[in-house]
Design a protein around this ligand. Structure first.
Ligand code: MN
Length: 253
């Protein structure tokens, strides 16, 4: 058997199937297409990106609101290009994998069984959505409320937690994220490569993410260049501890 021919044949079959599926949906008309299960609806059938299942969230603050800690140009490119790209590709990947009705929790919980595009773009979609919420122009300082007490209890002190989290972010090799995670055995600091997150079955330290920092170079390079540790230090000035506290209490229920 010819490997190249076999691969070409497979591609041809896929192209033909995709073509037939799209043709069928386009000729059905909007009303009928709308009644199809989510997994069968193509972006074309649903009309516009505004109806995509996963939407790029609007930020709660302006692109320049986190200055001088996170610069406006980084925020704008990060949100309107990088996050928008992950969101668009995740919608396409979910649709082509027939996962239109699955929850994010289910998708991430079995992510090892799905195409890698689900893992990379789904993580990109979710992680950035969380990341924007973890920051605020009125953020910074130390954690209060229940999360403040829990950090003291789990790590000894806020400063000790800060040291561990900063170290996890600084030592993540290449691109990835650092996390504060609520697990069955308490709060844990961890990091993941690429766009993996603690909700995924491929992740060593699984749990509910409370706080996230993006340490991909695109998150800091325009302002901080190779000085990742300066960016991590600046992040502490914008952490929205009220939001982290809300997530902590949500997870406790
Ligand atoms: Mn990013």
């Amino acid at each position: 058997m010819c490997y190249i021919c076999s691969r070409n044949n497979k591609n041809l079959k896929m192209d033909k199937r995709t073509f037939l599926k799209n043709t069928a949906i386009l000729t059905l008309g909007g009303a009928v297409a709308a009644s199809l299960p989510g997994s069968l609806k193509s972006a074309a059938a649903r009309g516009s990106a505004a109806e995509d299942r996963f939407q790029l969230p609007k930020l709660d603050y302006a692109y320049d609101a986190l200055e001088p800690h996170i610069d406006a140009m980084t925020m704008e490119i990060h949100h309107s290009k990088h996050h928008a790209g992950y969101t668009r590709k995740f919608n396409a990947a979910v649709e082509s994998a027939g996962l239109g009705d699955a929850s994010l929790k289910d998708i991430f919980g079995k992510v090892s069984q799905h195409p890698v595009g689900i893992r990379n773009n789904g993580g990109g979609f979710y992680n950035h959505t969380l990341f924007w919420k973890c920051m605020s122009p009125t953020g910074g300082g130390t954690a209060g409320g229940d999360i403040g007490k829990a950090l003291d209890k789990n790590f000894g002190s806020f400063d000790k937690f800060r040291e561990l989290f900063s170290k996890a972010a600084a030592t993540r090799f290449g691109s990835g994220w650092a996390w504060l995670v609520k697990t069955e055995s308490g709060l844990v600091v961890s990091s993941t490569p690429n766009q993996d997150n603690p909700l995924m079955d491929v992740t060593e330290q699984q749990g509910y993410p409370l706080l996230a920092i993006d340490v991909w170079e695109h998150a800091y390079y325009l302002k901080y260049q190779n000085k990742r540790t300066d960016y991590i230090a600046a992040f502490w000035n914008v952490i929205d501890w009220d939001y982290v506290n809300e997530r902590f209490n949500q997870a406790a229920k």
